[in-house]
Design a protein around this ligand. Structure first.
Ligand SMILES: *Cc1c(COP(=O)(O)O)cnc(C)c1O
Ligand SMILES: [Zn+2]
Length: 467
């Protein structure tokens, strides 16, 4: 299990431990200290690309599925799979959209704000970037069943890969009443075995790990380091769209902290390989109703500390949270998570990229979401946290008006229409039921539907008034 001589392996993230694990191991925990694992490469034995521009050669080979994929066209930067084992369904055809409309909203200069829209993936969220990589690893080790706990998008992604390939059976664990209809619909329609447990995401994640271990089922939650290898490609595509120039800031919503961990790894690997001259800064945005990372990082000063974060401080935070029976509570269901499993990796990412963490309220999230939509891209509530966070960091002066900023829009607008319709609709009862009880007071940028009688003159009159 340990002492590998292969050029690709898994390695404990804590440098003091550094235990290595074989590529095909699927426990995803360090056997010695229980820490998280990285996928690691011996770049003396695998030749890395010489320049990021080399990847442009893949554009001319779009008829090859591996070059078509927005993930696998960067495979030389995560070379863990033989090409004939790669499972791709064409993920990663995404868009980096410059948005002066959003720039104006947050107080940035024209041409400085970009939205990385991951809703264009086959299952409608960034999760497909990671799923294609984890799925490929699962296939390499001969898995027949794959499981995850999910607030919705991981399960939608797993379900779609299983349905599109028929190589594996999807088993998904969701908390009861916690999943949006759009996401539940995907899991059901794509044929996943859907296990609804009486509890929230944190409960579901704990259970799925126990069940996966007991039944030998392949786990695709973001504790799986192969998923994070695929998610690195989100940042490669950002660089590609910026003609390989490094932006000043990347802002990303924080839930289980897989994305920020993956982005950090992507950038410090590129820096170590001499492929970029510097790393961008990273900002993780929590929802105020699920702000563990914000509390630990900004309030309690917990740091990576060379691989030894203050575990006593972290444990006492969780103990206090449990004894107060504090449960994550936000409309941004994709980040409604209290115990982020990738916490140590996220600390490491912020350390090396000069990171910050902020929290935003559901009010700020929905207002930012309305602005994103009015600016021409739709996203789900959790995704808009990145834009709400940018507004906050601009107001604080942490991010300057002329800095080049990328907000990651993690999921598609149609994932969760309930909050959107409640926000824009004109029914006060729905507003109260969906938004009011979560602390949202106003729909600051509502686009209300207009009620008119079924009468041609009245309809014409209404249109002349409003448009
Ligand atoms: C999963 C998810 C997140 C949270 O990402 P982490 O990597 O868990 O921090 C944010 N937004 C959306 C839409 C998601 O599906
Ligand atoms: Zn270890």
């Amino acid at each position: 299990m340990t002492a590998t001589t292969s050029a690709v392996f898994q390695r404990c993230i804590h440098p003091q431990c550094g235990t290595t694990v074989d590529l095909d191991d699927t426990t995803f925990r360090c056997p010695r200290c229980g820490g998280l694992l990285d996928v690691a490469y011996d770049w003396n034995r695998i030749r890395p690309p010489k320049s990021l521009r080399d990847f442009e050669a893949h554009w001319a080979r779009r008829s090859d599925p591996l070059s078509f994929s927005g993930v696998w066209r960067f495979r030389e930067l995560f070379p863990f799979a033989p090409e004939d084992r790669v499972m791709t369904i064409g993920e990663g055809q995404t868009l980096l959209q410059p948005s002066d409309f959003v720039a104006q909203y947050v107080g940035s200069k024209e041409g400085r704000v970009f939205l990385q829209y991951e809703g264009m993936n086959p299952s409608g969220s960034f999760k497909d970037n990671g799923m294609t990589a984890a799925f490929t690893h699962a296939r390499m080790v001969g898995a027949r069943r794959a499981a995850c706990a999910s607030t919705g998008n991981t399960s939608a992604s797993l379900a779609i890969y299983c349905a599109a390939t028929h190589l594996m059976r999807a088993i998904i664990f969701i908390g009861s009443g916690k999943i949006s209809y759009g996401k539940l619909a995907q899991a059901l329609e794509h044929g996943a075995l859907t296990v609804q447990i009486a509890g929230d995401f944190d409960d579901a994640l704990m259970r799925v790990q126990q069940v996966a271990k007991q039944l030998g089922i392949y786990l695709v939650n973001s504790i799986n380091p192969f998923r994070l290898e695929g998610q690195k490609s989100i940042m490669y595509r950002v660089l590609e769209a910026l003609r390989w120039e490094v932006p000043d800031w990347i802002l990303v919503p924080g839930g289980n902290l897989g994305n920020v961990s993956s982005f950090g790894k992507a950038f410090f690997e590129l820096l170590d390989l001499g492929l970029i001259p510097r790393v961008p800064r990273l900002a993780v945005i929590n929802a105020a109703g699920a702000d563990t990372f914000y509390q630990l990082y900004e309030r309690q000063g917990v740091r990576w500390n060379g691989g030894q974060p203050d575990q006593a401080k972290i444990n006492s935070y969780f103990t206090a949270m449990d004894s107060a029976n504090l449960r994550a509570d936000t409309l941004a269901s994709a980040i409604e998570i209290n115990r982020p499993v990738n916490l140590p990796k996220a600390l490491r990412a912020l350390e090396r990229c000069g990171g910050v963490v902020r929290e935003v309220t559901d009010q700020e999230i929905l207002d930012a979401k309305a602005k994103v939509g009015a600016g021409g891209l739709g996203c789900e509530p959790a995704s808009a946290a990145s834009v709400a966070g940018l507004k906050k960091l601009r107001a604080e002066g942490i991010i300057a008006a002329d800095e080049r900023v990328v907000c990651v829009l993690t999921g598609h607008q149609m994932k969760d229409p309930t909050a959107t319709v409640a926000y824009h609709g004109s029914d006060p009862k729905t507003f109260e039921e969906v938004l009011g009880k979560r602390g949202v007071r106003r729909a600051s940028y509502a686009n209300r539907p207009v009620q008119v009688p079924n009468d041609l003159n009245e309809i014409v009159k209404a249109i002349e008034v409003y448009a």
